[in-house]
Design a protein around this ligand. Structure first.
Ligand code: ADP
Ligand code: MG
Length: 319
């Protein structure tokens, strides 16, 4: 099968959105951004052996390639709309592509995202998804904007993807039910798209947690030119995490990454509304600390002592 039959067989599907005037099949796609809205664009590259294991089920690779981009749009408060896909594969493996597409299109459909174009090449397995969406002009959430006194929140639970990696690497030993639960967090992150949209009018700043709370909150406070005090006892940890806390400590929650949860800040007056939205969307939202004027992050443990994360968040090229 050559490149063109591959595209036709797996990726050239009818568009469903009215704002797509031209999808796959031409030199580029044409889409319509509604008047009064800004286009929000993001791209993430997933490299086999770096971001996922070569032998990983391609269903989860397809899901995750979309999910990590949806998570970036969520952190901007954007409504997702269109995707393009850069796919580099070593060979045409029908089963791999079938499962990849199943994972990819299931999540895309859930958020009414149309695949409108891409590029396909032969080479080392790499998946690059580019996602676009929109926000009413001037309403996008950004990393800058947090002010002293704002509450700091995180969605979902932190550290489960890190736990899954520790289990795979033999650093901890989880019973099968717990292993399955944390593996789900690693393979099928659930992007907080609706939460991001609802936070447009409430949050002062936001970021998605891909490299660990410590690193990503670090980016937020740097951009906002503020500091933060985080209470470790308030970090939302899953049951498996709590059960193995003595072995893991705070590190997986602070630095393991791959959480794809949102970290955002808001003025205390918005707390009741944020709590109510969390209930409506059935997404855990936990207040973990407060923004300070002093430009550093302080983590306070259960005994009130300062805690310094042992490892920095994930960064490519760091030796
Ligand atoms: P060009 O050479 O002009 O870049 P291609 O031959 O690469 O065009 O692609 C033909 C059409 O198929 C284009 O519309 C392109 O957007 C689309 N396409 C190619 N690869 C993919 C892919 N992996 N997923 C979705 N669309 C793709
Ligand atoms: Mg091309």
């Amino acid at each position: 099968m050559d490149e063109f039959s591959l595209i036709e067989k797996y990726f050239d599907r009818p568009v469903t959105r009215l704002d797509v005037s031209l999808g796959i099949g031409d030199d580029a796609a044409l889409t319509i951004v509604p008047a009064g809205y800004e286009l929000v664009s993001t791209v993430d590259v997933l490299v086999a052996g770096v971001h996922f294991h070569e032998s990983a089920d391609s269903h989860s690779v397809g899901h995750k390639a979309v999910a990590v981009n949806l998570s970036d749009l969520a952190a901007m408060g954007a409504t997702p709309a269109w995707a393009t896909l850069g796919l580099v594969i070593p060979e045409v493996d029908g089963l791999w592509l079938e499962r990849f597409c199943a994972g990819f299109f299931a999540l895309a459909k859930r958020y009414e995202v149309d695949l409108v174009g891409g590029d396909t090449a032969q080479g080392p397995l790499t998946v690059m998804v580019q996602l676009s969406g929109w926000v009413p002009q001037g309403t996008a959430l950004q990393r800058r904007g947090a002010g002293p006194g704002d509450y700091i929140y995180v969605t979902g639970r932190l550290g489960d993807a890190g736990l899954a990696l520790m289990h795979i690497n033999g650093e901890i030993d989880l019973p099968p039910d717990q292993a399955t639960a944390v593996q789900q967090a690693l393979d099928y992150p659930d992007p907080r798209v609706e939460m991001g949209e609802r936070l447009r009018s409430l949050a002062s700043a936001a970021i998605d947690i891909s490299d660990g709370l410590a690193a990503d909150l670090g980016h937020l406070v740097t951009r906002s030119e503020v500091g933060a005090e985080v209470s470790l006892a308030h970090l939302p940890l899953s049951k498996p995490y709590q059960a193995h806390f003595d072995e893991i400590g705070w590190e997986a929650a602070l630095s393991a990454g791959d959480d794809y949860e949102l970290c955002f800040t808001a003025a205390p007056g918005h707390h009741p509304e944020i709590t109510s939205i969390a209930g409506q969307l059935d997404v855990a939202v936990t207040r973990v600390g407060t923004i300070t004027a002093d430009r550093k992050i302080i983590f306070v443990d259960r005994d009130g002592h300062g805690y310094a994360p042992k490892t920095a968040g994930y960064a490519h090229f760091r030796s």
